[in-house]
Design a protein around this ligand. Structure first.
Ligand SMILES: [Zn+2]
Ligand SMILES: [Zn+2]
Length: 322
C-alpha cells in the first residue's frame, strides 16, 4: 500500500462510524421521502427548497474541491468561513476527510492506491468486472477497510483553524442542511405538513441524490471514454461528460481537471459550461476572492471577458495538487 493509506486502527473505525451514520440517515430518509411524496404529494415549497439546497450544496462541493483541495484561488477569513460552511453542509463528510481522499485520488488516479477508482479496489486489486468497478467508484468505496491519513495529505487543513472548526462540528452542519433549514422554511411557508415534506424530500432525499450526482465524477468521469469524451490523453481513465457537468455545475469536466488540477475554471470549449468556475470568476470580479489560478487554456478564454480579472496562469500537473 502507498504511503498515507491506513488499513486499521482508530482512523478506520472512525471512517466506518461516519459511513454508517450517513448511510442510515440518508437511505432511511430517502425511502421515507419517496413514500411521503407518493402518498402525501409535494407542493411548490418542497420543490423550491429541494432545488435551492441542491444548488447550494453543489456550489459547496465546488468550493470544497477547487479551494480546499486544489487552492485554485485565495480569499480572506470571512470568505473561507463561508466556503467551509457550505462545503460541510453538502453532507459529504468533513473538509479534512474530503481533502485527504481527493488529493490521494489525484496522486494515484486509476492506479493501486486510488480511493475510488473503477479499476482497482481499496486493497489495490483489479475489480472483477467493469460494473463492479463502477459501483465501487459510485459509492462502494466508503465501505473499504482502509482510509487516508490526513497527516500525509492534508497538513494545511490540520493547521487551518477555520477548516478544523467545521471538521469538528460537521454533524451540526449536516443537521442544519438536511433537517433544520428545510424544516424551518417548510414550516414558515406551509405549516407542519409542508415541514415534514421539506425535511424528507428537500433535506434527506436531496442530500442523497446530490451525493450520488457528485459520485458520477468518480464513476462516469473515470470511465476511460465509455461515457463522455477525452480532450487530453492522460495516464488515467478520466473523461469529460456533459450530463454530469450539468448536474455538478462543472465538476464533470474531469479530464480537463486532471490535466490542469489547479485550474479554477474548467471549461475548454463553448459547450463546456462550468457554473462553479463562473461563480469563482464572478467572486474575483467582486474582489471577494483573489489570486485565481488559471491554466493557459482557461486564461485564454477568461481574457476575452470585457473586464478581465487579475489572472495568475499556471500549468500544474497532477503531482502538484498541493
Ligand atoms: Zn478524478
Ligand atoms: Zn480534483
Amino acid at each position: 500500500m502507498p504511503r498515507g493509506v491506513v488499513v486499521e486502527g482508530p482512523l478506520v473505525d472512525a471512517k466506518f462510524l461516519d459511513s454508517r451514520i450517513a448511510f442510515v440517515i440518508m437511505v432511511t430518509g430517502s425511502i421515507a421521502a419517496l413514500i411521503w411524496a407518493f402518498t402525501q404529494g409535494l407542493g411548490w415549497v418542497e420543490i423550491s427548497v429541494f432545488l435551492g439546497t441542491f444548488a447550494l450544496s453543489t456550489v459547496g462541493i465546488g468550493f470544497m474541491h477547487r479551494y480546499f483541495v486544489h487552492r485554485s484561488f485565495r480569499c480572506g477569513p470571512v470568505m473561507r468561513t463561508l466556503c467551509a460552511m457550505i462545503a460541510t453542509m453538502a453532507v459529504q463528510g468533513s473538509i479534512l476527510k474530503w481533502v485527504s481522499n481527493h488529493r490521494r485520488h489525484h496522486l494515484h488516479a486509476d492506479k493501486p492506491g486510488d480511493v475510488h477508482s473503477p479499476y482497482y479496489d481499496g486493497a489495490g486489486n483489479q475489480h472483477v468486472s467493469f460494473l463492479k468497478g463502477m459501483l465501487h467508484a459510485q459509492g462502494g468505496w466508503v465501505w473499504d477497510k482502509q482510509t487516508t491519513d490526513p497527516e500525509v495529505y492534508a497538513k494545511d487543513i490540520l493547521a487551518d483553524p477555520i477548516a478544523m472548526f467545521f471538521t469538528r462540528t460537521r454533524w451540526y452542519w449536516v443537521a442544519a442542511s438536511a433537517v433544520l433549514i428545510p424544516g424551518a422554511i417548510g414550516y414558515a411557508f406551509g405549516g407542519v405538513h409542508t415541514m415534514i415534506g421539506c425535511v424528507l424530500f428537500s433535506g434527506l432525499l436531496r442530500s442523497y441524490l446530490m451525493t450520488m450526482a457528485t459520485s458520477l465524477v468518480n464513476s462516469v468521469c473515470h470511465s476511460d471514454g465509455r461515457y463522455g469524451y477525452r480532450r487530453y490523453e492522460l495516464n488515467d481513465g478520466t473523461t469529460n461528460e456533459l450530463v454530469t457537468t450539468f448536474l455538478t455545475f462543472g465538476e464533470g469536466l474531469h479530464n480537463n481537471h486532471h490535466r490542469f488540477p489547479r485550474d479554477a475554471y474548467l471549461s475548454h470549449a463553448w459547450y463546456e459550461i462550468d457554473i462553479n468556475g463562473l461563480i469563482i470568476l464572478g467572486l474575483g470580479k467582486l474582489g471577494l476572492v483573489h489570486d485565481i489560478f488559471l491554466s493557459p487554456v482557461s486564461a485564454a478564454g477568461a481574457a476575452t471577458s470585457p473586464n478581465p480579472i487579475d489572472v495568475v496562469a499556471e500549468d500544474l500537473d497532477a503531482s502538484s495538487v498541493r
